[in-house]
Design a protein. Structure first.
Length: 633
């Protein structure tokens, strides 16, 4: 933090992980560290952590991580209620949507311009967790998207990608679009560089700095330089230009980081230019004043002595003062002024001590003490535990809603396109399942108004904007597991925004659920989503019309033979589901110990008959037919 201050560079602390209740004390220790408290901003994904930081360190700005999946202006406005002042937009947004977001959000917007692409919306990927227990939401992603997959349809295998890597996207590069990015009004540009070498970071950053300063697009030579630093079959700007074809790419076998051979010769001077004023007069302590343009310090040393033979010269003093060594400061002899009395002497070591004292003091001046954290946060009102545990069924189609389902579930959620296909006399149980990612505010408003007009009482919200809009329209709102709630604080934050009930993340096991200080629900049956993609995995399949529709049902098959259903969503999006469903029918005691407010059943690819069999199993406490083909929470 001190060095960043010396160089005039802002430094943000990335705390964009999901936090469990057991980690609260450790987190409080982290945010009490002096260096952390001196940050220029925190990058945060967990809404509960955002509230804690806002209470304890209100002077440090909060930036909403792309992991929070804020897509629309309404998302940004809702995040503002939690104290955020900047939102990092998803990589999936087009230039037009980014400009609209900047214009309508009332918040600083940060966007990615270079680096690795996740094929799923950030914050909506659980594939690494599902396959090996390593959470993408907690910085542990094993990158299963970079592995080979076969794509299967009703007529056999589909050649979705020439390399056999349908989920591996090329790296983003927007160096050709610098003028329009500047014109968009975004507040900050983000280069993704995790696990890259220093030469990569320097080379990429220097290139974009030059393009921004000169307000121009990259030349062919600059594009080649960037590609040779690191790429996957070249680059893509598909999301930014809204052309999602031919976006996949892989790293050739055996090819490592090539940055060592591609150093940019135009390396800037990494020293901060300072000036110095030295005063050496008889009978006075030696005095050195050192300004660096931002801070100024003055130090005193021993008084000079009378010279026995050869007195000090101005050149000797200057040669000692300019030797700043490994410090971040540089001194040119022309920037040193010396006031020197006649016939004086001082050893070289004492002059060096004076210089070291000055550079140490200048560093210390940049180490300004941070504000002390507030120890006591605001007291939040307790949320009452419901009188009974509700059973919520989420369905993909109206055909799945059987008579047994209508009797068993307290609320039945369906997408709007399927909602009005329920022509039974149980309308008071129906809820509208809103899209999995934020859509245009006008479209969302129209969906909610139609549902309310049809007498629908409940809404299933997946985003902050949907939560706010549904509550404002008068719905009883359930926050889905897509909010990635893993702690009491996170649940409280979502409830404070108007949710009537909150569903915990599927990454939160029964033991962690039992530690929640307020009631939450959990997914107790179904294939949970492992990816939400803005690009259809069949985008590059030749032919007219929708390839998903023509080839469905579609599955991804991994190298072990596991098959993941791929669902078609509006706007050519895909929802990839886990291979095996969660099954807790025979674990009633565990669910009781978790003290859940509601139980969520996800029906995605099940037939009506399978829906009824699941309900029977949960009513009877049945064990799964094959324990190897289910998941537990």
């Amino acid at each position: 933090m001190t060095l960043c201050s010396v160089y005039g560079v802002k430094c943000y602390v990335a705390l964009n992980t999901r936090v469990f209740d057991r980690e609260r004390r450790e987190l409080e220790e982290i945010v009490s560290l002096d260096g952390v408290r001196r940050a220029d901003g925190f990058i945060v994904a967990d809404p509960g952590l955002a509230l804690m930081l806002r209470e304890r360190l209100p002077h440090v700005p909060l930036h909403a991580s792309t992991q929070i999946t804020g897509v629309t202006a309404a998302d940004a406005r809702m995040l503002g209620k939690l104290g955020f002042v900047r939102m990092v937009a998803p990589r999936e947004l087009s230039a037009e949507r980014i400009s609209r977001l900047v214009r309508d959000s009332g918040m600083e917007i940060e966007m990615f311009i270079h680096g690795a692409h996740c094929v799923s919306y950030s914050g909506q990927c659980l594939m690494s967790y599902a396959m090996g227990g390593r959470s993408p939401n907690r910085g542990e992603c094993a990158q299963p998207c970079r592995m080979r997959y076969a794509v299967e349809g009703k007529n056999g295998e589909i050649r979705a990608d020439k390399n056999g890597y349908p989920l591996s996207l090329r790296d983003m590069c927007l160096a050709r679009h610098i003028p329009e990015i500047i014109d968009s009004g975004v507040a900050s540009l983000k280069i993704e560089g995790r696990q890259k070498g220093a030469d990569y970071v320097r080379g990429v950053t220097a290139t974009y700095r030059r393009l921004l300063d000169e307000r121009r697009a990259a030349t062919d030579g600059e594009m080649r330089f960037l590609e040779e630093l690191f790429s996957r079959s070249g680059f893509t700007d598909g999301y930014f230009t809204d052309n999602k074809k031919k976006m996949t790419g892989v790293r050739p076998d055996g090819e490592g980081d090539r940055t060592a051979a591609k150093k940019d010769a135009r390396v800037p001077d990494l020293k901060v230019r300072a000036a110095a004023s030295v005063r050496l007069l008889p009978g006075e302590p030696a005095k050195l004043t050192l300004p660096d343009g931002e801070k100024t310090v003055t130090v005193l040393g021993d008084a000079p002595e009378a010279a026995a033979t050869q007195p000090l010269t101005e050149e000797t003093v200057v040669s000692s003062v300019v030797r700043t060594g490994s410090t971040p400061f540089s001194l040119d002899p022309s920037d040193v002024t010396v006031e020197l009395g006649e016939g004086l002497w001082m050893t070289r070591s004492r002059l060096n001590d004076l210089r070291r004292s000055a550079t140490d003091a200048l560093l210390a001046a940049h180490r300004e003490p941070a504000e002390e954290p507030r120890r006591e946060g605001a007291k939040r009102p307790p949320f009452p535990r419901p009188e009974r545990v509700l059973k919520l069924g989420s369905f993909t189609s109206a055909a799945q809603v059987t008579e047994k389902a209508l009797r068993y579930f307290d609320i039945l959620f369906l997408p709007e396109g399927e909602l009005y296909g329920i022509k039974r006399g149980d309308g008071e149980k129906l809820g509208v399942a809103l899209p999995p990612v934020g859509c245009d505010d006008g479209a969302l408003g129209r969906t909610l108004e139609r549902a309310r007009g049809a007498g629908v009482r409940f809404a299933l919200a997946n985003t902050f904007s949907e939560l706010g809009a549904a509550k404002e329209t008068g719905f009883d709102v359930t926050a889905s597991a897509r909010f990635n709630v893993t702690s009491t604080d996170a649940a409280g934050a979502i409830l404070s925004l108007g949710a009537d009930r909150v569903t915990a993340s599927v990454e939160t096991g029964a033991a962690a659920l039992s530690r929640f200080g307020q009631p939450v629900g959990g997914v107790v049956y179904g294939r949970f989503p492992v990816m939400l993609t803005a690009r259809c995995i069949l985008s590059d399949v030749p032919g007219d019309g929708c390839a998903m529709e023509k080839n469905g049902p579609v599955f991804l098959r991994d190298r072990k033979g596991a098959r993941m259903p791929v669902l078609r969503l509006p706007d050519c999006m895909n929802l990839i589901l886990n291979t095996n469903p969660v099954w807790m029918a025979d674990r009633g005691a565990d669910l009781g110990a978790a003290r859940l407010s509601h139980l969520v059943f996800l029906f995605t690819v099940e037939s009506p008959g399978e829906v009824d069999r699941v309900i029977d199993a949960y009513e009877n406490g049945d064990a799964p037919d094959d324990p190897r083909k289910i998941r537990r929470i």
